[in-house]
Design a protein around this ligand. Structure first.
Ligand code: ADP
Length: 283
C-alpha cells in the first residue's frame, strides 16, 4: 500500500488543506513479480541446454576436430540437448495458449472414455520401449463432458507420460475412466467425486512422491528432484494440466505413497443436457 500526501484539487482545496492518497499497488507488484520470475525461470531452463550446445560446438571445432568417435558421441548428446530445448519451448507455448483460453468456456463435448483410449493407443509404443505395462479400464455409461478435446487429450497424455517417465522398467500404469459419482465412492474420496461427471485416473506403482511436494507439483517449473533433470522434464507438465482443468471447471487430486506409487485423479463435470447441440447434425 502506498500513501502519499497531496494538496487536494478544487473544489476541496481550502486553506492549503492536504489529503492523503492511498494507492493499492500490492496486487500489481505481485503480478509483475510473477511475470519477472517466469521469464527468469524460462530463460534459465533454456540457458542450460544452450550452454551445453555451445560447449560441444567449441569442442568439435577444437580438440575433437580429428576424432570421429568423439564427434559421433558429442553429436548425439547435442541432439538430446536440442530436443530438450524444443520440448521446453513447446511446453512454454502450450502453457501460454492454455492461459489465453482460460476464461473461455470449452465449446465442444467429448466422450472421455474414447479420448482416453485414443491417447493410450498413441502412447503405447512409449510404454513398450520402457518395458512398462499400460492397462485400461473404461467404464460404460459415461456422461459426456463439456470439453476442448485437444486439451483433455493433453491432460491424459501429460499424466501418462509422467507415470511412465518417473517409473522404472516393469512398472504398471493403469488409466481408468468412470462415471462420477461412482457406486464405489467411499468417505475417503474427495467430495467433488460425488458430483455428476467423469473421473479420469492415472495410477502407477512407481517411486511415489513425498507429501511435502504434493501441493507444489502444479507450480510452473517445480520439480521434486533436480536429479530428474536428465529425464526430459521441464516442470511445466502439471502446470499445464492444472490450467486446463481449471478452464473446464474440473478438479485435480493427487495421492501418493513413497515407495508404492502415485494416483492422479481428474474430475470433469458432466456437460449440460443441451451442450454441443449446435454441433450435432439433425436429419
Ligand atoms: P516434468 O516436466 O518435470 O515432468 P511436471 O510438472 O509434469 O514436470 O511434474 C512435476 C514433478 O512432479 C516432476 O518433476 C516429478 O518430480 C513429479 N512427478 C510427476 N508425476 C509423477 C509420478 N507419476 N511419479 C513420481 N513423480 C512424479
Amino acid at each position: 500500500l502506498r500513501a502519499s500526501l497531496m494538496r487536494l484539487p478544487e473544489p476541496f482545496a481550502r486553506d492549503g488543506l492536504l489529503g492523503v492518497v492511498l494507492d493499492d499497488r500490492t496486487q500489481n507488484l505481485a503480478l509483475d513479480r510473477m511475470r519477472a520470475d517466469f521469464v527468469a525461470n524460462a530463460s534459465h531452463e533454456l540457458r542450460t541446454p544452450l550452454a551445453a550446445l555451445i560447449g560441444f560446438i567449441d569442442t568439435l571445432r577444437g580438440p575433437a576436430a580429428d576424432d570421429p568417435v568423439a564427434q559421433q558421441r558429442f553429436l548425439e548428446i547435442m541432439s538430446g540437448q536440442a530436443q530438450r530445448m524444443r520440448r521446453l519451448i513447446d511446453n512454454l507455448m502450450s502453457l501460454s495458449r492454455v492461459q489465453l483460453t482460460e476464461h473461455e468456456r470449452p465449446r465442444g463435448v467429448a466422450d472421455a472414455g474414447l479420448l482416453a483410449e485414443r491417447v493410450a493407443a498413441e502412447l503405447r509404443p512409449l510404454f513398450a520401449t520402457r518395458d512398462q505395462n499400460l492397462s485400461l479400464d473404461i467404464h460404460s455409461g459415461l456422461p459426456q463432458v463439456a470439453a476442448d478435446t485437444d486439451q483433455i487429450a493433453q491432460v491424459i497424455g501429460n499424466l501418462l507420460d509422467n507415470a511412465s517417465k518417473y517409473s522404472p522398467a516393469g512398472a504398471h500404469v493403469r488409466l481408468s475412466v468412470e462415471a462420477a459419482p461412482s457406486a464405489s465412492v467411499s468417505l475417503d474420496e474427495p467430495l467433488w467425486s460425488a458430483l455428476p461427471g467423469v473421473v479420469i485416473s492415472v495410477a502407477d506403482d512407481g517411486p511415489g512422491i513425498a507429501e511435502q511436494h504434493i501441493p507444489r507439483l502444479t507450480e510452473r517449473f517445480y520439480r521434486v528432484d533436480e536429479s530428474h533433470a536428465g529425464r526430459s522434464g521441464s516442470g511445466l507438465g502439471l502446470a499445464i494440466v492444472k490450467h486446463i482443468i481449471g478452464r473446464h471447471r474440473g478438479k485435480l487430486a493427487i495421492e501418493s505413497t513413497p515407495g508404492e506409487g502415485s494416483i492422479f485423479r481428474v474430475w470433469l463435470p458432466a456437460a449440460a443436457a443441451d451442450a454441443g447441440r449446435a454441433s450435432q447434425k439433425y436429419p
